[in-house]
Design a protein around this ligand. Sequence first.
Ligand code: DX5
Ligand code: ZN
Length: 217
Amino acid sequence: MMHLISPSLLSADFGNLQHDIEMTNSSEADWFHLDIMDGVFVPNISFGFPIIKYIKKHATKPLDVHLMIVDPDRYIDDFQKVGADILTVHYEACNHLHRTIQNIKSKGMKAGVSLNPHTPVHLIKDIIADVDLVLIMSVNPGFGGQKFIPNTIDKIKELKELIIKKKSNALIEVDGGVDNTNAKTLIDAGCDVLVAGSYIFKSENQPDTIKGLKNLS
Ligand code: DX5
Ligand code: ZN
């Protein structure tokens, strides 16, 4: 499978959001990555339902929603209603992860689990066959524009082995500090989906930057 690109709108221009949505629609990007932060699980607050609804109205590609919130079960219905296609929760935020994953899937969404940089891959061995996606954080979640943590590469390789061993269909997504200096190494290690925020939206030619991530040489 050709790898996918999921631009993170956290670094978009919210004063001109429609422009950035349309740019993403007409680019080689595959998904829209939406970062939802509650100020409790992470030390930052991003955006909520009215904005997601607006993005859904204009987006022509799936919404890849990354929840950085405590107790995500309370809001699974709401995220389905505003149009999430893929809903990813954090391993560290769920006491009953198996139930949470089943709830997400029962609402017709793809279910993902995300691991913080300090959380080892082996902790998800008993849930890997149930999830559609594993999001490996390559920075500590909460902010765009942080520096990529190199240990991520080993984590991806370990996760890929686990996926094969457990005959899981889960995709591997990487989020944080992704740019042209590490994208190829990530894909070679087994990553399927690259999230990039500041690298895309702070660049001069955004469609070209996306094209570069999609067509790695
Ligand atoms: C960080 C978010 C990321 C963020 C990535 O907590 O999960 O999706 O937008 O931004 P960059 O690509 O700038 O590191
Ligand atoms: Zn994210």
